[in-house]
Design a protein around this ligand. Structure first.
Ligand SMILES: O=C(O)C1=C[C@@H](OP(=O)(O)O)[C@@H](O)[C@H](O)C1
Ligand SMILES: C=C(OP(=O)(O)O)C(=O)O
Length: 432
């Protein structure tokens, strides 16, 4: 297992960068390109390990997918061209690949076996398998059909109206994709709106789909048509540097061409709520996805209570928000975020363990954490626990620490942000 010694003490960040393409949008572009008839071209694709797992899955089903750097070209005969692979499909570390793919496979008249790494094998799959079973798919797996490895025998589904018990875009998307391959209308009604990239992009591929508030209706047996998708920068990746610039001394950075879909911009709202100096310039809208630049200056953050409907809009940013809270004036409380327990690690547990080791005063709760602000952090030996977002949080924490921080198992950062350290060095060098 590789490790890094981080020694970036008290440096300032400045300059402009672009972060890599959005992970959620990159996954969906490959999946829908594979389901569509004709040619699809994806630019600014995220070459992270999770999105490569999605490409690998569809290649193993016989879809022609070629990648040159950040451009992906897909040529498909539509869903009838998706074959039954001989080998089990490896989903790696990717929850998004697992839940969305299961929805697609449930609609296809074949048999598939799916497996993932040690982390993915612990993550709950019943949340997607149960509604797909209700539609008629035959799905089984470990732990009474709840965990990977799992098998799917799809086809012959009936539509459902589904009220998800968990606030999850992956579950919503999996059911909608199964609905696309089912006669009749499939409806998903969410209690709180989650990221809506599936809805936006299915429309871009020509699907007949209606969105009324939190209710999405998709009609089955439609033909998707290949198209061109430009992937915006990933706001979840940008979040690490937005927080870094807010808490490092004398800093000002701009992240250009970031996706500003309102279902993803909770981090901007939280930074504003916590008194960080931030400005946003929207520049264009591609396929229903707004894109623009975000500028942040060094600030004196203050504590906040973060709860309720904003949680799905910041779900992947909570580790870095927790770090920000250690530097804010007052006590920050994060509630309603029990979903953090079902990510690559139990992120309540791994954030609390890691920040405690670095000297923070932070207490876990069943659905979040309570963080005392104004703490000065100390160096030490840390590990990512194989969770990319924990690894990146540690790297940003090291900017505030006088001693060295050792980060073990840093390679998992390649899951979502392979050029993270290059981009960090760019912002630090510009700051000299
Ligand atoms: O739909 C997606 O692309 C994602 C949805 C979220 O997961 P849940 O749907 O499990 O909340 C998020 O945490 C994940 O990184 C990506
Ligand atoms: C939770 C994440 O991804 P996934 O669910 O796709 O593994 C993440 O990227 O933080």
């Amino acid at each position: 297992m590789s490790h890094k010694v981080l020694a970036f003490q008290n440096q300032k960040l400045s300059g402009k960068i672009r972060v890599p393409g959005d992970k959620s949008i990159s996954h969906r572009a490959v999946m829908f390109g594979a389901l569509a008839e004709g040619k699809t071209t994806i630019t600014n694709f995220l070459v992270g390990e999770d999105c490569l797992s999605t490409i690998g899955a569809f290649q193993s089903m016989g879809v022609a997918i070629q990648r040159e750097q950040h451009t992906v070209r897909i040529e498909s005969a539509g869903f009838e061209g998706l074959k039954e692979p001989v080998e089990p499909i490896n989903l790696g570390n990717s929850g998004t690949t697992a839940r969305l793919l299961m929805g697609i496979l449930a609609g296809l008249p074949h048999h598939y076996t799916l497996y993932g790494d040690a982390s993915l094998s612990k993550r709950p799959m019943d949340r997607i398998a149960d509604p797909l079973r209700e539609m008629g798919a035959k799905i089984d797996g470990r732990n009474n059909g709840r965990l990977l490895p799992m098998s799917v025998r799809g086809g012959g589904l009936s539509p459902i109206t589904f009220y998800p018990a968990v606030k999850s875009a992956q579950v919503k998307s999996g059911v909608l994709l199964a609905g696309l391959l089912t006669d009749g209308e499939t409806i998903v009604v969410e209690e709180t709106k989650t990221r809506d990239h599936t809805e936006n992009m299915l429309k871009a591929f020509g699907a007949d789909l209606t969105v009324e508030g939190n209710k999405v209706t998709v009609r089955g047996n439609q033909t998707l048509r290949g198209c061109e998708i430009e992937v915006p920068g990933d706001i979840s990746s940008a979040a690490f540097f937005l927080v870094a610039a807010a808490i490092a001394p004398d800093s000002e950075i701009t992240i250009e061409n970031v996706g500003l879909n309102p279902t993803r911009t909770g981090i901007i709202d939280v930074l504003e709520l916590m008194g960080v100096s931030i400005s946003v310039k929207e520049k264009k809208n591609i396929g229903g996805e707004p894109i623009g630049d975000i500028t942040v200056h060094s600030s004196e953050p203050k504590a906040a209570v973060i709860e309720g409907d904003i949680i799905p809009r910041i779900i992947d940013e909570i580790p870095i928000i927790a770090l920000l809270a250690t530097q804010a004036k007052g006590q920050t409380v994060i509630k309603d975020a029990e979903e953090l327990r079902f990510k690559e690690t139990d992120r309540i547990d791994s954030v609390v363990k890691t920040l405690t080791k670095l000297g923070a005063s932070i207490t876990p709760t069943t659905d979040g954490m309570v963080i005392e602000g104004g703490t000065s952090l100390n160096g030490g030996v840390t590990e990512s626990f194989g969770d990319h977002r924990i690894g990146m949080m540690i790297a940003i924490a090291s900017l505030l620490i006088d001693d060295k921080v050792e980060l073990h198992d840093d390679e998992c950062i390649n899951i979502s942000y392979p050029t993270f350290f290059e981009d960090l060095h760019k912002l630090l060098n510009e700051g000299q």
